[in-house]
Design a protein around this ligand. Structure first.
Ligand code: LLP
Length: 444
């Protein structure tokens, strides 16, 4: 092991031996040779470690809690199986995500269905499969859910999602708690929603939910969110004599992707939420409800490393490389283009070599904004070399597209020197299988 990597942005098992990056005891050059690139490598120890750290942080607070992994950050059956074995619940937002939860053996009581535009068929499936809660976003959804469950003998649990009117300090595209955000019931509509649930024989109000945004590093607004939830719970008790059994301030804890950024303190996060909940409940003589948190990014981001092959370079007039062109980009990681997200990278076979002049890494897609890394420090690289991008586990594959008809990458899970292919690389044949020639198409 030579020069260390900035440990907090690489997987727990990342090491460099003879200049070569290893993850989970596997040489990443060998993984790329075996599975091709782009390749997403997930480190099992980091995934399990993050899930255990969440459980431990909340267990230490001594109150009833649940940790639900937010599937939207990354979902495949193998990851969901890890979630199941670690005893976390799962938050899903579509019928197919719900299906993955079932395939992975996650108890349905620990699955919540989220979303602002759930289809009736998805609601019906979630109810039929017995999800722990449908997190209701709006009054129209409530109407449909009440109608759907009207004749049910065992009522479906619901959480009502509030827009707590708290503007999170994060990129505007991932701030979701403002009064004008598209998600959640305005506070003024809460009573109407509660009355609707109380009047619906097939529904049971389990509690309240809010999620103010993602990639949050400060805890003050999460504390404020928790405080709003407790206040509303206390108000509902006074007004309707109902006791909520669950409050959820969502997910959103930030993840650093650069060496100079510090990670948020998970124990402090758990402590702030627990203290705010306890104090609010004591002040209003409320029994302590379950505290449910829904981390996505902070479970999977650091565990994932994206591997790309450098295909070509663009040189400046004086012959210095100013762009490295790679075989992936915005279709497997839209985050730099969409949120100005920044990443860190090394050359996988010369991870400890001295850096050359700053260079940008351009994706292969036909879009000027498809630049994965801007002006980063890397050793002077040649075509054919392998680039490893850290903290690539969250909101990359789950937001992947097939732009330019490029098949989506393969995914492997590494642990103890063993690599397991958990998602095959998409083939061109699979991509084209849904595409019909005009002379094959019939009228219906
Ligand atoms: N709960 C709810 C209701 C959510 O909407 C989300 C994320 C989470 C939990 C998990 O948040 P996390 O812990 O992952 O921050 N595509 C964006 C992030 C969108 C987040 C959507 N909701 C990105 O790449 O930054």
């Amino acid at each position: 092991m030579s020069q260390p990597l900035p440990a907090h942005i690489w997987p727990l098992t990342a090491t460099i031996a003879n200049g070569r990056l290893h993850l989970g005891g596997c040489d990443v050059e060998a993984l790329a040779a075996r599975y091709g690139t782009p390749l997403y490598v997930f480190d099992e120890a980091t995934l399990r470690g993050a899930m255990r750290a969440y459980q431990a942080a909340f267990r230490a607070q001594g109150l009833p809690f649940r940790v639900h992994y937010a599937a939207k950050a990354l979902l495949n059956t193998a990851i969901a199986q890890l979630v199941a074995t670690e005893g976390l619940g799962l938050d899903v937002v579509s019928g197919a995500e719900l299906d993955v939860a079932r395939r992975a053996g996650i108890p349905m009581a620990h699955v919540h269905l989220h979303g602002n535009a759930k289809r009736t068929e998805e609601l019906a499936r979630a109810v039929a499969w017995g999800v722990g809660a449908v997190v209701v976003d709006n009054l129209d959804e409530l109407d449909r859910l009440a109608a759907l469950t009207a004749r049910h003998t065992s009522p479906q649990g619901v959480l009502l999602r509030l827009a707590p009117n708290i503007a999170a300090h994060t990129h505007a595209h991932i701030a979701t708690g403002g009064a004008d955000a598209k998600f959640g019931l305005p506070l003024e509509a809460l009573d109407q929603a509660v009355e609707h649930v109380l009047a619906a024989p097939g529904l049971r109000l389990r509690g309240l939910h809010a999620h103010i945004g993602s990639q949050l590093f400060a805890l003050d607004q999460l504390r404020a969110t928790m405080a709003v939830l407790v206040e509303q719970a206390a108000r509902l008790r006074t007004r309707y004599a109902l006791t909520v059994e669950e409050l959820s301030p969502g997910g959103g804890l930030g993840v650093p992707s650069l060496a100079e950024q510090a990670p948020p303190d998970l124990d402090a996060y758990a402590e702030v939420l627990a203290r705010t909940l306890r104090a609010g409940c004591a002040a209003h003589s409320l029994p302590l409800p379950y505290l449910t948190v829904e981390p996505g990014r902070s479970i999977v981001a650091r565990a994932g490393v994206a591997l790309y092959t450098i295909v070509a370079r663009k040189l400046t007039a004086d012959g210095r490389p100013c762009y490295l062109h790679i075989d992936g980009g915005m279709a497997d990681n839209i985050r730099p283009a969409l949120y100005d997200a920044r990443y860190s990278a090394v050359l996988a076979s010369r991870a400890d070599a001295a850096p050359g002049p700053p260079v940008s890494v351009a994706g292969r897609y036909c879009e000027a904004g498809d630049v994965l890394l801007r002006a980063v420090s890397l050793p002077i690289a040649r075509p054919g070399e392998l680039l490893a991008v850290a903290t690539a586990g969250a909101y990359t594959l789950s937001m992947a597209s097939t732009y330019n008809l490029v098949p989506r990458p393969a995914v492997v899970l590494v642990a103890g020197g063993r690599a397991r292919l958990i998602q095959r690389r998409e083939t061109e044949a699979e991509l084209l299988a849904r595409d019909l020639r005009l002379d094959e198409v019939s009228d219906d």
